[in-house]
Structure formats: structure tokens, C-alpha cells
Design a protein around this ligand. Structure first.
Ligand SMILES: Cc1ncc(COP(=O)(O)O)c(C=O)c1O
Length: 410
């Protein structure tokens, strides 16, 4: 059987994107045992770097082994008890994912919805929260399905003042868009690694504070076989309904007790640690600015081509750029030409936006000047080959001007 050798692609989707070469290299390091002091030191260092990523002083900051939604499941199943009231503002596909997970946890879920392509005024959320008095508000920060960014700070402050927990999906934003967990009164957050963090998919950094930890009190039950006399038997009726995602047991693995829960995904931790090192070297503030620069270059290029941005407003997510597919253009054929002729991948969308917009990401290691030129060039060529009416030769020129004018090194 022949060896699988993946082609080199320019990945300009909203995730997964290209991993930083340093991360890929770290993944090929030898395995060490999960209780080896070398490894447990790495675990502690990773926790410290996750705190920096989320801009928090929380003690609890560690990864869940699984894709980003595993982090969401872990947080929600550990915080929600059947019958708890949960409020979810939905403004795209991933708001529905929060709804779906919360329902499976047995919550009484209340949603408010906005048309796709818009976000909420904080007052719309806080008024609904005042009316239904949820235990928890769960909200997406960067909605990749629509390219919109929901401001969080006012909602967070309201939740804090009214004794509600505020849980945030920052999967798409973390490491690329401003996020301040403590300042914005976020009680629990989940990040993604395969987007602005520049790693592979398969691990989900989370953090939560003392308020969130207090909500799990009385629900802990260490599984039989590893339970000791010191472990309370716990109330089985209240126990967290997932073993794998039980944060109370995972805490015991991510603390000096090192409870033998699951087998840690060693190579994934190497990857996350290296990705976080890259972020700290660059600083989060610089990364937020760098992502803004690539957004500007890409969007000016798209406009110069005569295309319309679907999310061209104040609530635009800086790392996802949605283009209205011009009338009469074959969505799939354009993407196929870009991939097969130029090795450039962009994304379609979901639900009501399928066939209506393309989504271009500029995230993490993929957010580079040459990638921006490459995607603009490939898109223009694919559209021309489809007979679409576009302004030729201007897009890359406009993007170049943005970089020439910018003091930010890209
Ligand atoms: C905003 C958002 N939340 C959650 C997810 C789910 O992440 P995963 O596919 O890694 O489980 C995604 C994935 O694209 C996302 O964009």
C-alpha cells in the first residue's frame, strides 16, 4: 500500500486552517508517559499558557481531549443539571449547537433568535434573561457560519450582577480576536485549536472560574476502581451525566492528585503547548492587530474585484469574510477550480446561507500576506473562468497597498 502524502494547500476557510510548522514538528516528538514528571510539568506549563490565551487568572485552565465541541459538552454537562433553565441567544449554526447540547443535558432551554448575518443588542439578551431567570446564559462569540461577532461584556456584567453563569464559545476567536475572560465576566469558556491558535483539531482548551466550579459542587463522584476512601460517595442522582466530560474528575487529573482518568493525548498536548508558546512570543495583542491587518487587505481586495461582502458591518467577525456569490455563478465550480488549479480552499456555508455566500477565513498561521494574495488571485481567476463579471487585476493590487501602508509586520 502506498504511503499517504497530503498535498500542500493554502487553507483559507474558517477552520481547520494551516497548522504552524513548529506545531507540526512538536507533534512528532517521542511519547512520554502521562505521569512522567516531565509530562506533568508540561501539563502545568500548558495550564499557565491557556490562562494567558483566555486572559484570565482562573486556576482551572486545561484542555479537553476532543474537538472544540467536546469542550462545549464538558462545560455544559458539568454545569447543567436536568431541569436547569438555560438561555441561548442564537444568531447562526453554532448557537443551535449550544441549544442541542444543552437539551441533551436535560436543560429547559430558552432561545432568542436573530436573523443570520446580524447580532444581538446586549439589552435584547439581558431583558430576556431578566424575564426567564436562567441559571446560565450560553453564547457564541464568533459565529463562523455568518461571519458575525457578538459583543459580550455587557451580557457578562449583567449575568454576574444577577447570579447567572455566563458560558462562551470562543472557538473561532481565541488567539485571533480580542477576548478578555475576566474583564468581560465570562464564567466558563471554550476555545478551538484548529483556527486562530494554528494547531490541528482534536483538543479544546477550556477555563472556568470559582463560580462555575461552585455550580458543580455536590455532583462529584470518582469512578469505582480508582475511588479511594477519601472520596465521598456522592449523590448518584446528581452526578454529572458523562464520565469522559466530567470536569470534577478531570480537575483531579489536572491537579497534583493526578487521578488516573483517561489516557492523555500526549502528542496533542505537545501541539497545543507549542501553539501557545508561539502565541505568547507574539503576544495576544499583536495577534489581534495582525488579524485585523489581514482582514483589511483581504476585504479591500474583495471589494476591488467588485464583489459584495455579506458581513460588511460593525459586528463583522475580523477573521471570517463572507462574500455574496454573484448571480449565475456556480458556487461549487468556483471552489473546485480554486482547489484543483491553485491549491486554495475556501468554504461554502450552512442552512439558509448555503449557496448564497462563500466564507473565507484568515486565521492563525493561514493569516499571512502571501495567503491573502493567493486567495484573491485564485478567486478572481476562478470567477473569470466561469464567465463572471469581475474587475480584473485590481484585487491583489489593493491588498498590496494595505500592506505597504501598514506599520504592522505581517
Ligand atoms: C463557532 C464554532 N463553535 C463550535 C465549533 C465546533 O467545533 P468542532 O468542529 O471542533 O467540534 C465550530 C467549528 O467550526 C465553530 O466554528
Amino acid at each position: 500500500m502506498s504511503r499517504f502524502i497530503p498535498p500542500r494547500r493554502t487553507i483559507m476557510t474558517p477552520g481547520p486552517v494551516e497548522a504552524d510548522p513548529r506545531v507540526l514538528q512538536a507533534m512528532s516528538s517521542p511519547i512520554v508517559g502521562q505521569f512522567d514528571p516531565v509530562f506533568t510539568t508540561l501539563m502545568n506549563d500548558t495550564m499557565e499558557r491557556i490562562r494567558y490565551l483566555f486572559q484570565t487568572d482562573n486556576h482551572w485552565a486545561y484542555p479537553i481531549d476532543g474537538t472544540s465541541r467536546s469542550g462545549m459538552e464538558a462545560v455544559l454537562v458539568s454545569l447543567i443539571e436536568p431541569g436547569d433553565r438555560v438561555l441561548i441567544p442564537v444568531f447562526g449554526r453554532f448557537g443551535y449547537l449550544l441549544t442541542e447540547i444543552s437539551e441533551r443535558c436535560g436543560a429547559e432551554v430558552h432561545t432568542i433568535e436573530k436573523p443570520w448575518g446580524t447580532v444581538f443588542d446586549a439589552a435584547e439578551v439581558t431583558e430576556k434573561a431578566a424575564e426567564i431567570q436562567p441559571k446560565l446564559i450560553a453564547c457564541v462569540h464568533g459565529e463562523t457560519s455568518t461571519g458575525c461577532l457578538q459583543p459580550l461584556d455587557t451580557i457578562g456584567r449583567f449575568a454576574r450582577e444577577h447570579g447567572m453563569l455566563f458560558v462562551v464559545d470562543a472557538v473561532a476567536t481565541i488567539g485571533g480576536v480580542e477576548f478578555r475572560m475576566d474583564d468581560w465576566c465570562v464564567d466558563a469558556v471554550v476555545g478551538g485549536t484548529q483556527k486562530c491558535v494554528s494547531g490541528p483539531s482534536g483538543t479544546a482548551p477550556i477555563s472556568y472560574n470559582d463560580r462555575a466550579e461552585a455550580a458543580m459542587q455536590g455532583r462529584k463522584q470518582v469512578e469505582k476502581g480508582i475511588r479511594t476512601d477519601a472520596d465521598a460517595e456522592g449523590d448518584v442522582t446528581r452526578r454529572i451525566r458523562s464520565n469522559y466530560f466530567d470536569l470534577t474528575q478531570l480537575q483531579d487529573y489536572w491537579s497534583p492528585r493526578r487521578l488516573n482518568h483517561h489516557t492523555e493525548a500526549t502528542s496533542m498536548l505537545y501541539a497545543l503547548y507549542e501553539a501557545l508558546r508561539v502565541i505568547q512570543e507574539e503576544t495576544v495583542e499583536f495577534r489581534w492587530e495582525r488579524h485585523r491587518l489581514h482582514e483589511k487587505a483581504l476585504c479591500e481586495g474583495i471589494r476591488a474585484m467588485g464583489l459584495e461582502l455579506y458581513n460588511d458591518h460593525d459586528a463583522k467577525l475580523p477573521v471570517v469574510h463572507c462574500i455574496r456569490i454573484p448571480e449565475g455563478v456556480d458556487d461549487a465550480a468556483v471552489r473546485e477550480t480554486m482547489l484543483t488549479q491553485f491549491g486554495v480552499e475556501i468554504a461554502s456555508s450552512f442552512g439558509p446561507l448555503q449557496g448564497v455566500i462563500w466564507r473565507i477565513g484568515s486565521m492563525g498561521y493561514s493569516a499571512r500576506r502571501e495567503n491573502v494574495y493567493h486567495v484573491l488571485f485564485a478567486l478572481e481567476a476562478a470567477l473569470v473562468s466561469q464567465g463572471a463579471s469581475v474587475v480584473r487585476g485590481e484585487a491583489v493590487q489593493q491588498a498590496m497597498k494595505v500592506y505597504e501602508r501598514s506599520p504592522v509586520v505581517s
